[in-house]
Design a binder for this molecule. Structure first.
Ligand code: DGL
Length: 278
């Protein structure tokens, strides 16, 4: 007797991942470990980093330019690794793209809410992410009874890029930024920026009472679940290609810092400018 078994065909198209620069490689690093069969096409906007001090309108324009570039490369999903881009552009990206779009904020918030006992949570990120209140909005949407204390930590990105994970200066900055959160009874803090996982250990040492949520790990879990749920898994062995908008002097040291895995190539590209401003 003939039995028909319905099986989804493997989908070998790449997953597009983008960030303002090389920091999003922390997210890519988690993704390749969680999804070893997938091909990833990462775009770091190194010509225009940082996004964290830019206006919402500019971050939206940059994000949409990148998304339309990646769409032309036949991606099957768009992963917005950058917290600042997620904070300002996720609805516009979701509306414009034909493929699923996953932002970094919601997975981090879900983990944050399941970690708090005091029901007072902390959010740290770039100035632009904190000013957007995107984390607060998501937290209030999922659990309106939770109190949120937010803190911009603009020194953390340059500190990480200098490789100063263990300096006295770094510990001082951590204490300065995070003591007000502890004093207000916060017990769980989301690391709302691509760079912060690299100083997670130092933050934990200074504030052992905090539950720290690494949004890159949570994001990888969400992407993996979505790939499975939408039946677009790849088969075979995966690969990683990195595209950048500027090959800077710091590029390879940042790549090694954020992404200790093999890469099949790094290529400089020119982004097409959008004719309409969002
Ligand atoms: N990638 C950014 C973020 O996660 C940090 C670096 C920047 O300011 O562009 O918010």
């Amino acid at each position: 007797m003939l039995r028909l078994v319905s099986m989804a065909m493997p989908d070998s198209r790449p997953i597009g991942v983008f960030d303002s620069g090389m920091g999003g490689l922390t997210v890519l690093s988690e993704l390749v470990q969680k999804l070893p069969n997938e091909t990833f096409l990462y775009l770091g906007d190194t010509a225009r980093v940082p996004y964290g001090s830019r206006s919402p309108r500019t971050v939206r324009r940059y994000s949409l330019e990148i998304a339309s570039f990646l769409e032309q490369h036949d991606i099957k999903m768009l992963v917005v690794a950058c917290n600042t881009a997620t904070a300002h552009a996720l609805p516009q990206l979701t509306e414009r793209m034909k493929v699923p779009v996953i932002g970094v904020i919601e997975p981090g918030v879900r983990a944050l809410l399941s970690s708090t006992r005091s029901r007072k949570v902390g959010v740290i990120g770039t100035r632009s992410t904190i000013k957007s209140a995107a984390y607060e909005t998501e937290i209030q949407k999922l659990d309106p009874g939770v109190t949120v204390v937010s803190q911009a930590c603009p020194l953390f990105v340059p500190i990480v890029e200098e490789g100063w994970m263990n300096k006295d200066f770094t510990r001082l900055a951590i204490r300065e930024y995070l003591a007000p959160l502890r004093d207000q009874g916060v017990d769980a803090v989301v690391l709302g920026c691509t760079h912060y996982p690299l100083i997670r250990a130092a933050i934990q040492q200074e504030f052992p009472g905090f539950s720290l949520i690494d949004s890159s790990i949570e994001m990888a879990g969400a992407v993996s679940a979505s790939v499975r749920a939408t039946g677009i898994e790849a088969a075979g062995s995966g690969s990683v290609k990195i595209l950048v908008t500027d090959v800077t002097e710091q590029l390879s040291s940042l790549q090694n810092l954020f992404f200790p895995h093999p890469v099949s190539g790094v290529e400089e590209i020119l982004l097409p400018e959008l004719s309409t401003t969002p």
